[in-house]
Design a protein around this ligand. Sequence first.
Ligand code: UDP
Ligand code: MG
Length: 302
Amino acid sequence: MKLSIVIPAYNEEQNIFPLYQKITEVLNNYDFECLFVDDGSSDNTFNEIKKISEKDKRIKGVSFSRNFGHQTALLAGLKESENEIIISMDADGQHPPEIIPKLISEYKKGFDIVNTRRIATADAGFFKRLSSKWYYQLLNALTDVEIEKNSSDFRLMSRKAVDAFLQIDEKDRFTRGLIKWIGFKQSIIEFEAPKRMHGKSKYTLRKMLRFAFDGITSFSAKPLKFSMITGILSIFAGFIYSIYILIMYFSGNTTPGWASTMLVILILGGFQLLSIGIVGEYISRIFNEAKNRPHFFIKEKC
Ligand code: UDP
Ligand code: MG
């Protein structure tokens, strides 16, 4: 049984070697290759990978021409992988290699995809935990694919499942959703995520928001309908209000109603901007698909 371990890494120079040590320790009885995808790091990440790959033939690396993002790096790693079992994990040690044998035993039970769920994350702040919980509730309310809260991109896939996944050519990718969408027999196991070994989270607020929007807009068209519904409701409310205004007008009760005018303008203006924003999100998806550019460029391999 041969394994491929796929590890996206963005500015993780201090984490590459300790992670490599841990992986080789845990997997010394397995036949495996380890594929690091350097997502256009500006630090020494790729040099670290190169150094290790010169000594250990099981270690391979590809380096992107720039930062294309975690989800794309994951895709590149899966494309490069050659073995029967493929495991994806983070480079920062938050996906402990000690769990890998557990993933494999699930695979042996006949599952094509073994997902994982964090039961605790040592260094996730209050904001990250709460926003993540709300986000998954919203996502599941809006979409048809059921995605567990606290799911992570630490997962095992069979060759069959990876080959299916690679047939999806979508550009703005939300891997967690696509994995559910391709089907196959899937199971989920829990793990405790330790603190990041070195450095800070590479998911900036901006990247997190992008990821969150991609998740919703790639699996649900409901927000588009939401603008329609709020639009209809506003028109209805406006109609009732105009009857009231007409009654006031004909009974000679008109007063300069600055407050109510402002209120209507603000509420309607808000809904309109929101609706345009939602439409904009989907148009930007269509735009990215229509350009049909390659997902990434590889600068160097080792
Ligand atoms: N990552 C990446 N490209 C990016 C951002 C992150 O390849 O643009 C990698 C990062 O190196 C790590 C994984 O994605 O291996 C998860 O990122 P991180 O640990 O920073 O996220 P967090 O655990 O804080 O959610
Ligand atoms: Mg992390």
